[in-house]
Design a binder for this molecule. Structure first.
Ligand SMILES: Cc1cc2nc3c(=O)[nH]c(=O)nc-3n(C[C@H](O)[C@H](O)[C@H](O)COP(=O)(O)OP(=O)(O)OC[C@H]3O[C@@H](n4cnc5c(N)ncnc54)[C@H](O)[C@@H]3O)c2cc1C
Ligand code: SF4
Length: 490
């Protein structure tokens, strides 16, 4: 019998696995997705048919459903770190305003540094020599914006090929599977089960029981499994829920009836899209946007950042459904036909994409809610707003380069799409928040924790993984008694 069951293996789950095993505890890890550690399998991941085995989309049928908000997250051993771009930015001090539990930027710096060391975080060598970096810097200068700063990345020996999404097939990305989970495995106290979905957690006779489904009958979209043989229970003293911003609140809701009572009014609401937006355009420069790591630089605008985006040719047309203001027919955007094709003829050179991340316009507490229908997570259909001023900055940078901003799906249809959701099980000091901020324990349920992006009270105004990881390290210090809830390392 394991001492601890951890559900999910992203940033929160992997850090919990390392810390518990290194403290002498036996851990059973359950992960919905597949194990991608084999180098041979990594090669296959570049084939687009593997995308639905590596990503979770909410709603799953978004091309047909035409929702106003779309969330995409990673899935597999290592969670989002498998598919992410490896960008680790510390949140600015202003992002922590109103955070519970005594969290401040200064207090979290110690934990940021710890994560940076383990993931060998450093800027890509030679980042400034790429054309994309140079054009990005030129546009910033033309608009009088602060000069871009190289992004710290979790990569070692990276060749800058830009194929990080879905997985680095060269093994140069320092994913959580390659680092924290490898450390946990080295203790001999970690057991991993992949392709299993935790169905619910119950408490009986002072222990926790975890029931789970196998995903074996599915070939993709494992997160939609909600029936079939139910396995378990696995029994342990402690359970860590670490399924991410969408699945963790869903699992906690499914489990509520079998646990000691806690206030569920804040479970599943307050999901924040981290102000995630992309603005593209065709500029009068040879950008070579398809060379170099995914986002190599950022411009610090306080409440938000602008980042240069790697762009493969399908990006703007398929994913963003880009359109041009002057290419319309009967008042409708034309995203097909010869004129559209000709416009994009040399976009391999001229495409310039800018990513935005920050404090979303409609407030810091988020507006996406998550319900649990028949075992599957479902999102409310309300788009979050861009950080005020951010789209204008991006469009101005494009026009400063003699370019034309494309009309994105946000502009045309009000659709917001995020790969950076946080919240859903927001930690709090008040009893109306199920997860208490000091140690991320579910109130009334000793030894049951939520440790992942779902506990963040709001957007960290930056790519969120670094803050998720730092908060997880902090929680583990308190859980393992390294620090009292009120004492912080200096
Ligand atoms: C394409 C892409 C690029 C990104 N790039 C960056 C970046 O450069 N920098 C950055 O900071 N962030 C980036 N992100 C966001 C980042 O991946 C997430 O913020 C981060 O992974 C969230 O960590 P987490 O621990 O909350 O959960 P996750 O990393 O999402 O991990 C949760 C895991 O739990 C599993 N799971 C869920 N439910 C269950 C269940 N019921 N049973 C068993 N297992 C379950 C999931 O399969 C998943 O593997 C990117 C995301 C995407 C999709
Ligand atoms: S840029 Fe290429 S080598 Fe570097 S991490 Fe991404 S996929 Fe790997």
């Amino acid at each position: 019998m394991a001492d601890v069951i951890i559900i999910g293996s992203g940033f929160g789950g992997s850090i919990a696995a390392k810390r518990f095993t290194e403290a002498g505890h036996h851990v059973q890890l359950l992960e919905l997705g597949e194990d991608w550690r084999s180098p041979a399998k990594l090669q296959q991941s570049q084939d687009t048919k593997f995308i639905l085995r590596l990503f979770r989309d909410y709603p799953v049928d978004y091309l047909q459903a035409k929702p106003k908000v779309v969330v995409t997250q990673g899935m597999g051993l290592g969670g989002g770190s498998l598919v992410y771009s490896g960008i680790h930015l510390r949140a600015p001090a202003s992002a922590f305003t109103g955070w519970p539990g005594g969290f401040t930027r200064a207090r979290l710096d110690h934990y940021y540094a710890r994560v940076e060391q383990r993931l060998a975080i450093a800027p890509l060598p030679g980042a400034a020599s790429y054309r994309r970096s140079q054009v990005f810097a030129e546009a910033a200068s033309l608009r009088g914006l602060p000069a871009p700063v190289a992004n710290p990345l979790a990569m070692t020996g990276c060749t800058g090929c830009g194929w990080c999404v879905p997985i680095c097939k060269w093994g140069k990305k320092n994913t959580m599977a390659h680092t924290y989970l490898a450390d946990a495995l080295a203790t001999g106290r970690l057991t991993i089960r992949t392709n299993v979905k935790a169905q619910r957690i119950a408490r009986s006779a002072g222990k926790y029981q975890v029931y789970y489904w196998g995903t074996g009958h599915k070939v993709d979209n494992y997160h939609t499994v909600n029936s079939g043989t139910l396995y378990g229970p696995l029994v342990a003293d402690w359970v860590v829920i670490a399924g991410g911003a969408i699945e963790s609140p869903t699992l906690l809701k499914r489990s509520a009836a079998g646990l000691a009572g806690f206030d569920t009014s804040n479970v599943g609401n307050g999901v924040d899209g981290t102000g995630d937006f992309v603005q593209g355009g065709l500029v009068n420069r040879d950008v070579q946007a398809y060379k170099g790591a995914i986002m190599m630089n950022h411009i610090d605008r306080g409440d938000y950042v602008l980042e240069d985006i790697h762009a493969i040719p399908v990006g703007p047309t398929v994913k963003l459904e880009a359109a041009f203001a002057d290419l319309q027919i009967h008042g409708q955007d034309r995203t097909w036909g010869l004129a559209y094709k000709q416009r994009f003829r040399d976009f391999g050179k001229r495409l310039f994409g800018i990513g935005i991340m920050g404090k979303q316009g409609s407030g810091t507490v988020g507006n996406i809610t998550v319900t649990d229908e028949a075992g599957n997570a479902r999102l409310s259909n309300t788009a979050y707003q861009p950080p005020p001023g951010s789209l204008e900055d991006a469009r101005n940078m494009i026009t400063a380069l003699g370019g034309t901003p494309v009309r994105t799906l946000w502009e045309r249809s009000g659709v917001a799409a995020t790969v950076h959701p946080v919240g859903g099980c927001r930690m709090g000091d008040a009893s109306s928040f199920a997860v208490q901020a000091t140690n991320l324990e579910v109130r009334g349920n000793p030894g049951l924790y939520v440790i992942d992006g779902s506990v963040l009270p709001g957007s960290p105004f930056r790519n969120p993984s670094h803050t998720i990881a730092a908060v997880a390290e902090r929680a583990m210090d308190v859980i393992l008694g390294v620090h009292a809830p009120t004492t912080w390392p200096t």
